[in-house]
Design a protein around this ligand. Structure first.
Ligand code: CDP
Ligand code: CDP
Length: 219
């Protein structure tokens, strides 16, 4: 039998990979995996259990047994709705810490691969195209200038009524980009077999079309 098709999308923070991946999955009627949310959940569960975010063995245990479900477009941890909680800055920082621990990554591997089910999967996140689904039929590296990305995050925060300054958002993004590109485990980089999609001058619809246009080749 032919393998279930996978579209793997990666890129820097606020490039739109979550938004674009979810819309592509919806348009195709395929499954959708936001792998970053799993790292955010491990960080949140760890913090709530009072586990230090560098305690690799205990965090790997949490990752292996993570009581999470994605029902009705919400994210549930131990039966509690944590959809908003995992987007807090503390969870972003926590996620990048636990994501640097090899045993945590290993523990999340099979869980991520379980999402590959007919008719197809759109998966998004750092090592999705390199480690989790290296045989993905289509890989996209979604990016945009740091200024455009800071502006997008700013708008998202404003819509939620949260305070933010463009200056500090831009600085945080640039720092995180540098740290993510330099880290030895699952660094941020464009894979040689990934298509580059620079959305600095594009809206979401155009970015979604770019990906959908390339789908017939993978089906
Ligand atoms: O949307 P944004 O890029 O800001 O974050 P995210 O995709 O929710 O990921 C949160 C953190 O988990 C980031 O620091 C990623 O580097 C890390 N991550 C990872 O290491 N591997 C993945 N497959 C997904 C996320
Ligand atoms: O997942 P990631 O951190 O890469 O980005 P996101 O959470 O999907 O946020 C991207 C934001 O920028 C969303 O509010 C989108 O509506 C907006 N946006 C986009 O995703 N793509 C564009 N080409 C233009 C705007």
């Amino acid at each position: 039998a032919r393998p279930v098709p996978v579209i793997a999308i990666d890129g820097p923070s606020a490039s739109g990979k979550g938004t674009v991946a979810a819309r592509v999955a919806e348009a195709l009627g395929w499954h959708y995996l936001d792998s970053g949310s799993l790292y955010r959940l491990v960080a949140l569960a760890g913090m709530r259990a009072g586990v230090a975010l560098d305690d690799e063995a205990r965090l790997a245990g949490i990752a292996a047994a993570l009581p999470v479900s994605f029902e009705g477009g919400r994210i549930w941890l131990e039966g509690k709705d944590v959809t908003e909680d995992i987007r807090a800055e503390a969870c972003s920082v926590g996620a990048s810490k636990v994501a640097a621990l090899p045993a945590v990554r290993e523990a999340l591997l099979d869980r991520q691969r379980d999402y590959r089910a007919a008719p197809g999967l759109v998966a998004e996140g750092r090592d999705i195209g390199s480690v989790v689904f290296p045989d993905a039929q289509l890989k996209v590296f979604l990016t945009a200038s740091a200024e455009a990305r800071a502006e997008r995050r700013y708008k998202q925060l404003m819509e939620k009524g949260m305070a933010a300054s463009m200056e500090s958002l831009l600085r945080d993004l640039q720092e995180r980009d540098a740290r993510d590109a330099a880290r030895p485990v699952a660094p941020l980089k464009q894979l040689p077999d990934a298509e580059l999609l620079d959305t600095t001058q594009m809206d979401v619809k155009q970015a979604v079309s770019f990906v959908l246009e390339r789908v017939p080749a993978v089906e």
